[in-house]
Design a protein around this ligand. Structure first.
Ligand code: ADP
Length: 495
């Protein structure tokens, strides 16, 4: 494998945009302050970015308000809006190389993953929502009296959107695509770890013809830039993706301000369940992917690998061997499967959970330590003999740590899989149709992947049961998040 990773893909990118984008212009923070953006391969600063606070949020919300109330965005024809979104998608496709390089530079994910999977998905999402823009319409409904009843679907107004750092571009697309297709205006707050690619694509969106003020992007920290957006009295809707802990704060702030409706996409502790009829080699590979993809930094990561006792020993040996073969290194190198964790805080948090696993007497099969002395690289780690009440089986670790648990029968595994405060996703691996049917009904989660994992089509709704969130994103479900419903009633014969 050493040969496979030799070639370094040189990032052809420079950082051109570091200011806020408000009302179609790049501007400094009102306070003049900046904060650092890092390269997680080394921990070195790669740019200083405008640091937003309440004043920047106020300016951005005013611009979005004006663009909504006075137009032209919501007043344009839906066809014109659709064409801008399509032109934008084409521009992103043209700039895929630079964007993927910037994403990797600031986030640490493998360049090939960003370029070959995430950029095409970004483009696909905007094509999908551009397609919806001119197909959103209300209804006329029959009533009991002699009335003409119309139900209008109107844009909701100014949308506040807060996104995390694990998929900076895709989270932008999931949120901005549907909000714009429905005719809303936006203030987007990016994650403090990854402010750069959103600014780049936002600039491309303006090049594609987006009127000023329709999308405003403010960089900054959660409590100082995120919270003022959530609490703003002139923001009509809030969409948040991040941790369950912060999601609760967001919901409370929104309720205490103007009771704006909130969509939340939060944490998870998703089971990946392997039945004894499975092809073990295939199950090992998919379970490995389900957990380790994106450095284990996925809200839907298959982080509780349940394996039937009859195949447990074989599965464990092979899962360990697969983890030890995982290629960790510079994400700009070809063939690298795993880059660094996003930052020092997450890095230390993951190492704390590894210590907790050892202390609670789970068996450390492989990994468990940092790699090198620079950047935030962690060895692919596998624990066996994991019990349901251990912290590593309960909490979201958000790192390359696989926990393998043994089960005896289907009733037991259904119960244990559901015994968590989360309910984001689940994987089921079986050749038996009856088992699959039973599992898909019994699991209390927003997505069940059967004999596959992390399949994210633009049309598939995504979101959580229980403390994994409120509402759904993607597909037609996202449209409802950004539409207000108005009933209009008039007599068939006017007096
Ligand atoms: P993580 O712990 O993975 O960084 P968070 O949920 O804290 O996840 O962060 C997700 C997003 O929420 C980021 O954009 C972050 O800046 C923002 N955020 C954090 N705290 C708050 C808050 N109190 N109010 C609003 N947004 C916040």
């Amino acid at each position: 494998t050493a040969a496979a990773v030799q070639e370094l893909i040189t990032p052809q990118v420079q950082i051109s945009y570091t200011q806020h984008l408000i009302n179609g212009k790049f501007v400094d923070a009102a306070s003049g302050k900046t904060f650092p953006a890092y390269d997680p391969r080394s921990g070195e600063v790669i740019a200083y970015v405008a640091e937003g606070d309440a004043e920047d949020i106020n300016r951005a919300v005013s611009a979005a308000r004006k663009a909504f109330d006075e137009g032209p965005w919501p007043k344009m024809t839906a066809y014109e809006r659709s064409r801008i979104l399509l032109r934008f998608a084409d521009l992103v496709e043209k700039h895929s190389n630079e964007l993927a390089a910037l994403e990797t530079w600031n986030n640490g994910k493998p360049f090939e993953q960003a370029l070959m999977s995430e950029l095409p998905m970004f483009v696909r999402l905007f094509h999908y929502y551009a397609g919806w823009a001119d197909k959103i319409h209300g209804l006329t409904v029959p009533g009991d009296g002699n009335y003409h009843i119309q139900v209008l679907h109107e844009p909701i107004g100014v949308a506040g959107q807060i996104i995390p750092w694990n998929f900076p571009l895709l989270m932008f697309a999931w949120k901005v695509g549907p909000a714009l297709a429905c005719g809303n205006t936006i203030v987007l707050k990016t994650a403090e770890q990854t402010p750069l690619t959103a600014l780049y694509v936002a600039q491309l969106l303006h090049e594609a013809g987006l009127p000023p003020g329709v999308l405003n992007v403010v960089s900054g920290y959660g409590p100082t830039a995120g919270a003022p957006l959530v609490a703003h009295m002139d923001v009509d809707k809030l969409a948040f993706t991040g941790s369950t802990e912060t999601g609760k704060v967001v919901l409370e702030l929104a309720a205490r301000s103007n009771l704006k409706p909130v969509t939340l996409e939060l944490g998870g502790k998703s089971p990946f369940i392997v039945f004894d009829d499975a092809d073990v080699d295939k199950a090992v590979e998919l379970a490995h992917f389900a957990l380790f993809f994106n450095q284990g930094q996925c809200c839907c990561a298959g982080s509780r690998t349940f394996v039937h006792e009859r195949i447990y020993d074989e599965f464990l040996e092979k899962a360990k061997a697969r983890a030890m073969r995982r290629i960790v290194g510079d994400p700009f190198k070809k063939g690298v499967e795993q880059g660094p964790q996003i930052d020092v805080e997450q890095f230390e948090k993951v190492l704390r959970y590894i210590r907790s696993g050892k202390e609670s007497n789970a068996t450390l099969e492989c990994g468990g330590a940092r790699i090198g002395s620079k950047g935030f690289f962690i060895e692919p780690t596998v624990f066996s003999n994991v019990k349901d009440d251990m912290l590593i089986a309960q909490d979201e670790i958000f790192g390359p740590v696989q926990s393998i648990l043994k089960f005896k029968d289907i009733d037991e595994v259904i119960k244990r899989a559901n015994e968590t405060r989360y309910g984001l996703a689940a994987g089921v691996f079986t050749k038996n149709g009856d088992t699959a049917n039973r599992m898909m009904r019994a699991l209390k989660v927003g997505t069940v992947w059967i004999n596959c994992f992390d399949v994210f089509d633009a049309a598939i709704p995504f979101g959580g049961y229980k403390m994994s969130g409120i509402g759904r994103e993607k597909g037609i479900y996202s449209l409802n998040n950004y539409l207000q419903v108005k009933a209009v009633v008039s007599p068939l014969k006017n007096p």
